[in-house]
Write a new protein. Structure first.
Lengths: 377, 424
């Protein structure tokens, strides 16, 4: 995260940090693995009182941020989610709320997401794709005053608990987005398994799902740019979260290195391990740096925001889990037990790496940007 | 000068913009990269240096040299924010690259911090006018990383000091004017307490500059042999035997490199590194459509960009006191290892042409030689191993490595068989 926060930003971060420490301590997170929903509705609603879902929404719609940059403010929350391996549909609900605010419609839905009464899922990824946006096949057809959706989305985060689903679909050569309320006939939500203890994923099948045409978000066949922007938002949130998880794992392992003695010396006195901590520190600071620059660029709609956010995802996805796996290695056997806390952060970093395009997918994107700009790498 | 009568940054920026637009040419990336890669002939190199001296003089005459160096020493007496604004406006334009590092930082920075009034008056305006190019005589053949273990000796003789020894890894010493030199003045105290810093012109009697040929044919690096070099006491920097106090800050300024608030360089990273873009290599190799090659191109771009983002974060954190000066080692480590990786990528993308190429191969040519030189990124300016020690010990607070030279007179420090003869 940024080195210098305003007093308001620091308050925002600190409030969420304290709330998460209090409400979802590590033992609570271990228990939540048995809860099908993965999070408690009341926990989520109280969390939204702290601004979790209002930062990308304008004041007219009941939102607002503490600085003039709501996305950067949101990265502070996401960072704390990573540091606490916290439950809850943070990325999907915020992305959907942000997407809806651009339409000037759906105000009741936005209000319900901001207030925490409802949550949302973003049905984007399809099986067998490396790039999350390329070659979307779920079909959206306009038929009179209705839109019909046919196809499969997976994995979809928090689909089983979501009250609304924002579905990204194809219409001819263009993309179309449709807001589908939970329980619409023809939709089936099948639970999947996940590496994370509290975040839930589903395969969502749309078998001739029909909704009124005014459920379309934006214009039919013209959503490509909007989808790219939503992807950028999701990546900014995930990147900040992963850096939080990296930071926490690094701190725990640093403490361990001072506390653990072998052959009469602390682990921290072995040059081999010192040098690995130095490498990890450089990756951690690199993660902070690239996540912050990308968040700022996306927030400002900078022309190179797409490339910067892919660079951040590629870097944090790759070096983030290398860092946490190295933390596991330095812990030894205890690092892969369920009893130890380290796996909570390993799980979070691992999950985030796999979503919205792996590092390899984003390296392909970066190559495309570099080629387009014809610039020096 | 107080903050209130200092020119506003934005007004300064507008002035800088106008001057840059009307007086400077666009940067010639290829020429600068060739210079950095050591590919110029001796005549071309000297001509390029002459042009950069003139360019520096233009900056000086226009009132844009030494932007945050005090006016009494030829600078502009403005703030680092003014220098940053100037650097931002300079993006894409020619600038006197060879005058910045090491002349202005670390050498001028060290003089500014530790020099006598007389030294500052004599040298700082001359450096800012491009009249004096400086060199740092720090490393020695006996030990690269262990800078404080210097064997070069200075013995007092009346008002003068007599220096003997050898220094190494000075790039461009053969065309430089003056040097900052760390030497041992006391062998009977622990190593850090017997050092002193001196300055002298490189054409002084007894200074012999030898150009070293590197494995890629570059002859930029030099070794200096000092034989009874006489240095007046007025050219000593800092107190006798207090050289490590100076040296610590000296190496801090060295690590700050382009992050130093004193240097004039384009701000936003259009700074040629001498590295060829893997995209260009892929294009000239005809493999840009290969997804595996594109993966490598993406990786190289990622490392390059994150390295610069990290440098900015660390530079900012050090300037604002969020981390200690030692934190600069974090960026140094990252840039070292990532640059080595980018060179490997260039070599890989070149495929068989990495091993054997023809002159007309474009960017593919030379990737093999660049790969042979790969580790220089992790050696020059302090090895990555030293950076890892600094990060773990000084930033993370881990226990220091055991040393064999602490708290004993330097004379008694154990040395290897080949180093023993060098002992005074």
């Amino acid at each position: 995260v940024l080195l210098e926060l305003t007093a308001d930003q620091d308050f925002l971060r600190e409030t969420t940090a304290r709330f998460l420490t209090d409400q979802v301590p590590v033992d609570r997170i271990r228990d939540l693995r048995h809860l099908p929903e993965g999070f408690d509705r009341d926990y989520w609603r109280r969390g939204t009182d702290l601004g979790w879902t209002s930062l990308l929404v304008g004041e007219d719609d009941g939102g607002g941020s503490v600085s003039d940059n709501g996305l950067v403010d949101l990265t502070l929350i996401a960072h704390e989610f990573g540091r606490h391996a916290a439950p809850g549909p943070l990325a999907p609900t915020n992305v959907v709320a942000a997407a809806l605010t651009t339409t000037g419609r759906h105000r009741e839905v936005i209000e319900s997401l901001v207030s925490g009464r409802c949550t949302a899922s973003w049905c984007l990824e399809e099986p067998g794709r490396r790039d999350p946006v390329d070659d979307i096949r779920l079909d959206a057809r306009v038929d009179g005053d209705q839109v019909e959706l046919i196809g499969l989305k997976r994995p979809v985060e928090a689909a089983a608990t979501a009250d609304y689903h924002l579905v990204t679909a194809r219409t001819g050569d263009g993309l179309t987005q449709v807001l589908v309320p939970a329980g619409t006939p023809g939709m089936s939500v099948r639970p999947m398994q996940s590496v994370d203890l509290t975040r839930r994923f589903s395969a969502v099948e749309f078998a001739n799902v029909r909704v009124p045409v005014d459920a379309v978000v934006g214009e039919v066949g013209k959503a490509a740019e909007q989808v790219e922007w939503q992807l950028q938002l999701a990546l900014v949130i995930l990147n900040a979260e992963t850096v939080g998880a990296m930071e926490r794992a690094f701190e725990m392992t640093l403490d361990w290195a001072f506390d653990r003695y072998s052959f009469g010396r602390p682990l921290a006195s072995y040059q081999e391990l010192k040098h690995r901590f130095a490498d990890m520190k450089s990756w951690l600071e690199g993660g902070h740096a690239t996540a912050d620059v990308a968040a700022e660029a996306v927030a400002l709609g900078a022309p190179d925001a797409g490339e910067l956010v892919s660079i951040a995802k590629a870097f944090i996805g790759q070096y983030g889990i290398e860092l946490v796996q190295d933390c596991v290695q330095i812990h030894g056997g205890i690092g892969v037990t369920f009893e130890h806390d380290l796996h909570l952060y390993l799980r979070r970093a691992t999950l985030d790496r796999s979503l919205y395009g792996t590092p390899a997918a984003h390296r392909q994107r970066i190559a495309r940007f570099v080629e387009q700009a014809g610039m020096a790498a | 000068m107080t903050a209130t009568d200092m020119e506003e940054v934005e007004s300064f920026r507008a002035r800088a913009r106008a001057w840059i637009d009307s007086c400077l040419q666009p940067m010639d990336d290829a020429a600068l990269a060739a210079g950095l890669a050591g590919e110029l002939s001796e005549e071309d190199e000297l001509a390029a240096i002459g042009r950069e001296r003139e360019l520096q003089r233009m900056f000086f005459d226009a009132g844009f040299a030494g932007i945050c160096i005090p006016r009494e020493y030829g600078g502009q007496g403005l703030s680092p924010a003014h220098q940053r604004a100037f650097n931002e406006e300079l993006d894409g334009f020619q600038y006197p690259a060879r005058v910045q590092v090491p002349s202005i930082s670390p050498c001028a920075a060290v003089l500014l911090e530790f020099g006598s009034e007389d030294q500052k008056q004599r040298h700082l305006p001359a450096i800012l006018k491009g009249e004096e190019l400086w060199m740092q005589l720090l490393s020695e053949p006996s030990g690269g990383s262990d800078v404080a273990g210097a064997l070069t000796t200075a013995v007092q003789d009346g008002d003068e000091w007599i220096l003997n020894g050898s220094k190494i890894w000075t790039s461009g010493a053969w065309w430089s004017d003056w040097a900052l030199c760390l030497a041992r003045t006391n062998w009977d105290v622990p190593k850090h307490r017997g050092l002193t810093v001196f300055t002298f012109p490189l054409d002084r009697d007894g200074v012999e500059v030898h150009r070293i040929e590197m494995l890629n044919g570059s002859r930029e690096f030099c070794q200096e042999f000092l034989t009874d070099v006489r240095v007046p006491d007025r050219d000593r920097v800092g107190d006798v035997d207090e050289g490590w106090t100076v040296g610590t800050r000296w190496m801090f300024h060295e690590r700050m490199l382009y992050n130093s608030p004193l240097v004039t360089v384009p701000a936003t990273g259009r700074r040629p590194t001498g590295l060829v873009s893997p995209l260009q290599v892929a294009r000239d190799a005809g493999s840009l459509d290969d997804p595996m090659v594109r993966d490598l191109v993406g990786e190289a771009r990622m490392l390059d960009v994150v390295g610069r983002q990290l440098q900015q974060r660390i530079g900012h954190a050090v300037r604002t006191g969020h981390i200690s000066d030692q934190g600069a080692a974090i960026a140094r480590l990252f840039i070292g290892t990532s640059t080595a990786r980018v060179r490997t990528v260039g070599f890989e993308v070149a495929a068989s042409a990495g091993g054997a190429w023809a002159a007309e191969d474009g960017a593919v040519a030379g990737r093999g030689v660049e790969f042979l030189m790969r580790q220089t990124a992790c050696i020059g300016g302090g090895t990555t191993e030293m950076a890892r020690n600094v990060i773990s010990e000084r930033v993370l607070g881990m226990p220091r490595e055991r040393t064999g030279d602490r708290d004993i007179p330097f004379r008694q420090v154990p040395r290897g068989p080949s180093g023993t003869q060098a002992r005074a």
